[in-house]
Write a protein that binds this ligand. Sequence first.
Ligand SMILES: Nc1nc2c(c(=O)[nH]1)N[C@H]1C(S)=C(S)[C@@H](COP(=O)(O)OP(=O)(O)OC[C@H]3O[C@@H](n4cnc5c(=O)[nH]c(N)nc54)[C@H](O)[C@@H]3O)O[C@H]1N2
Ligand SMILES: Nc1nc2c(c(=O)[nH]1)N[C@H]1C(S)=C(S)[C@@H](COP(=O)(O)OP(=O)(O)OC[C@H]3O[C@@H](n4cnc5c(=O)[nH]c(N)nc54)[C@H](O)[C@@H]3O)O[C@H]1N2
Ligand SMILES: [Mo]
Length: 585
Amino acid sequence: MGVPEIEDAKLLFVFGYNGAASHPIVARRIVRAKEKGAKIICVDPRKIETARIADLHLQLKNGSNLALVNAMANVIINENLLDRDFIEQHSNGFAEFEPIVQKYTPEYASKITQVDAEDIRTAARMYATSGTSMILYGMGVCQFGQAVDVVKGLANLAIMTGNFGRPSTGIGPVRGQNNVQGACDMGALPNCFPGYQAVTDPAIREKFEKAWGVAKLPDQIGCPITHVPHRVLHEKDPKKQIHAYYIFGEDPAQSDPDLAEVREALDKCDFVIMQDIFMNKTGKHADVILPSTGWCEHDGVYSSCDRGFARIRKLIEPQGDVKTDWEIISLISTAMGYPMHYKNTEEIWNELIALCPGFAGATYEKIEKLGSVQWPCRDKAMTDTGTPYLHKGAKFAHPDGKAKFYGTEWRPPSELENDEFPMVFSTVREVGHYSVRTMTGNCRLLRNLEDEPGWAEMNTADCEALNVKKGELVKILSKRGYCITRCLPTERVKKGAVYMTYQWWIGACNELTNAVLDPVSNTPEYKYAACRIEKIADQAWAEKHILDEYEGIRDQMGIKPKTPGGAPEGLKKPAAVAAAVAVVL
Ligand SMILES: Nc1nc2c(c(=O)[nH]1)N[C@H]1C(S)=C(S)[C@@H](COP(=O)(O)OP(=O)(O)OC[C@H]3O[C@@H](n4cnc5c(=O)[nH]c(N)nc54)[C@H](O)[C@@H]3O)O[C@H]1N2
Ligand SMILES: Nc1nc2c(c(=O)[nH]1)N[C@H]1C(S)=C(S)[C@@H](COP(=O)(O)OP(=O)(O)OC[C@H]3O[C@@H](n4cnc5c(=O)[nH]c(N)nc54)[C@H](O)[C@@H]3O)O[C@H]1N2
Ligand SMILES: [Mo]
């Protein structure tokens, strides 16, 4: 699918995706679809903005996704809302899939999901009968130990109702960052070269060996980022141990789960390189820091979440001792004995498209002319303008051209609420700040909008039971660590769950998160751990403590100017708290 197609769906099934905070431009398309008459179903444990405009909000219990998805399949089968022709002509595996979901009656799933059985039936009917239903999913699906199974479960719904291979249908992973799709397209994955060409395929290796003039490229799959701490700290096999870590455009000391373990691993590494446009938390553990240019200081190509290649251009001259990322890589490579002498990004791009059949037609010239070219684009001729949506005419990627049903049982998350840690801890995003906050934390305007130590969203009843009020600093703990943040009572979240955003340096929620991974994607279970909230009796001490911490971190991050004699702007809120701080100081 392409992002613009969202507007023309008759039904949007928005699953674990909070566009209004995460991708406001995509969210506009959702609003426009609504204006054009689309029905909207929102599946989220919180009352997010999409829920407010939705025709149906399934406010499920955290971690129960697959039970809900299987129950929808169950209804579609038992109420005969299937597209039998599509199933017969374009898919395999329905006979094996059907018995697995028979157990997931709406009543059975209702106990797991806390969603009314009748609402599950309504959602299934709406999805199956609109004629043009599109699924949008986000991190509410991916950041679980059982994530890929849920994506496959959503695909089952699309296949069984024939919602594939036409505009405004299918399942859309509304991918996170502006260029996360691009990083994967370029081969920043452990198992493939650029263009999703497997490192384990001898013919593919030979092609790259020839092109790059090397005798032998490794045939082993590399290490996913989330396996690094284990391979540094606990790996016995010397061949698999990691001793050096080159970190580039990533801040694992802020964004990876279980930060205490990440820090231990970074410190145990013999050699850590950090290449970034700002100082970040990982930089504190680095032996070498390589400063690079930011997005408006260099040329390049981004891939958007809909596989669209778009060009970016240098707008301003970089200042100071910096180089572009590609120049740094070329220099290191040359110094290590493999000379790289690219003149510009177009030369690199041309090498890439020559080696990747799916990208072969996406020349700079064509991208320039069309604005965006969605791969696959195989032919350089201007008539090949790329592929707006995949599986046209219901042709799928399996060798026989058919889609495949995958039935799986729901599994609960790995760390459940217990006596010591009675609440669910889930981590999300907010609109004003970005990921590890190097970029937005260095922007005064955005700091004025929201600043350290962030907020913990909790149900008003839970706050009352704990006797904590809006703005009060609280300690929030899991088995692995704790952080201090402010309490934000709200009716938007259900009782028993706590939500934090993950960008705060002091309110660093990844001190608490659980490093358990989905076995296929290796994505951590950021959306489910067990936690406890503790009231802090001495608020004045706590306010002073976070101020001191913040000054220290800002020093380390090189954020200037230091605020002379007082709280950084954001910390001055709320007024009552500021008054308390003034007394202490
Ligand atoms: N302002 C801002 N924008 C960003 C980012 C940022 O940091 N700041 N980060 C970017 C990145 S890297 C990404 S990946 C995207 C991510 O964007 P989204 O996919 O929107 O990610 P989240 O907000 O983490 O999670 C989405 C929703 O999942 C819900 N959720 C939690 N648990 C469950 C569950 O068990 N089931 C279901 N169905 N839902 C659940 C949460 O309540 C939340 O509303 O945003 C990008 N955009
Ligand atoms: N608890 C919790 N943790 C999470 C998540 C969550 O939902 N909850 N979400 C996860 C997700 S989906 C993601 S994608 C990650 C994101 O986490 P990260 O990838 O670690 O965070 P970013 O802020 O995207 O950027 C990382 C670094 O790239 C630098 N950078 C920006 N532009 C450039 C450039 O052009 N060149 C170089 N060399 N560096 C640059 C930034 O300054 C920053 O230090 O966080 C993950 N962590
Ligand atoms: Mo992401």
